[in-house]
Design a protein. Structure first.
Length: 81
């Protein structure tokens, strides 16, 4: 990830407007960044420890939106039967 990308604090509204594919990609990217930050933390080079917490929360938000969509599609499929 580029340095100085700033702290993110994604809003549910922003996430709801993204497609499921975009959300999956974003989740993968955030998990990758989280891994890099944890490695930095272990080696004592992490400059912004709060970034890890915010990233973890953003991943949780993305997963929540994805699971809500999955539940909604399951409900629609159940109604059609």
């Amino acid at each position: 990830p580029p340095r100085g990308c700033g702290l993110t604090n994604m809003k549910f509204k922003e996430l709801a407007e993204m497609s499921s594919e975009e959300l999956q990609t974003k989740k993968r990217d955030m998990r990758q960044e989280s891994l890099h930050l944890r490695l930095q933390q272990q080696s004592g080079q992490l400059e912004q420890p709060s970034r890890l917490r915010l990233l973890r929360r953003d991943v949780a938000k993305v997963e929540t939106v994805l699971s809500q969509r999955a539940a909604k599609t399951e409900a629609v499929k159940a109604e059609k039967k």
